[in-house]
Design a protein around this ligand. Structure first.
Ligand SMILES: [Zn+2]
Length: 163
């Protein structure tokens, strides 16, 4: 197969659109785009945490197969990250982070048993086709001509800097 030069991180073809959901009260059992019922897809998400930490988090996403859309819940991701770093590297907890790719499950599992060279792993890493953070508007009735206001996502509960 011919390799194309791309500006992304992974060497695999881009896979999945990712929607990051910052609303703990919304679980998206229906797709926000097409309203079809979503299923689940568990696969390792690659997350870059400021300043220099990269982690592969095996995470159960919501998934719409029509839209090829993964939905990751912010509160769940942050809770898992907090568990991961709370004792190992507490200084990272609360830092900015970005979910930027998926890793093939077999490669992830192999790497757990016997770590591979980073260059070898890149072939099994797939950037996203797109990344969006979901934003909703508040429901309810509004006067004619008034746009419903944006629903501000709540602040992180666990993934916060210690005071
Ligand atoms: Zn959909």
């Amino acid at each position: 197969m011919r390799k194309r030069r791309r500006s992304g991180f992974g060497h695999g073809e881009p896979r999945y659109h990712l929607a990051f959901n910052p609303y703990p009260s919304q679980r998206f059992t229906k797709c926000p785009h097409c309203r079809a019922n979503t299923g689940q897809r568990k696969l390792p998400l690659l997350i870059h945490i400021d300043q220099a930490q990269m982690v592969a988090l095996n995470y159960t996403n919501r998934y719409c197969k029509h839209c090829d859309l993964l939905i990751a819940h912010k509160d769940e991701v942050e809770s898992l990250l907090t568990d991961l770093f709370a004792s190992a590297a507490p200084e990272l907890v609360g830092n900015d982070y970005l979910i930027f790719a998926t890793m093939e499950k077999n490669a992830w599992r192999d790497n757990m048993h016997s770590p591979r060279a980073p260059m070898e792993m890149l072939d099994h890493i797939h950037d996203f086709k797109s990344y969006t953070e979901l934003r909703m508007t508040r429901g309810g009735w509004y006067p004619e001509g008034v746009e419903p206001p944006e629903w501000t996502p709540p602040a992180s509960e666990r993934w916060v800097k210690e005071k």
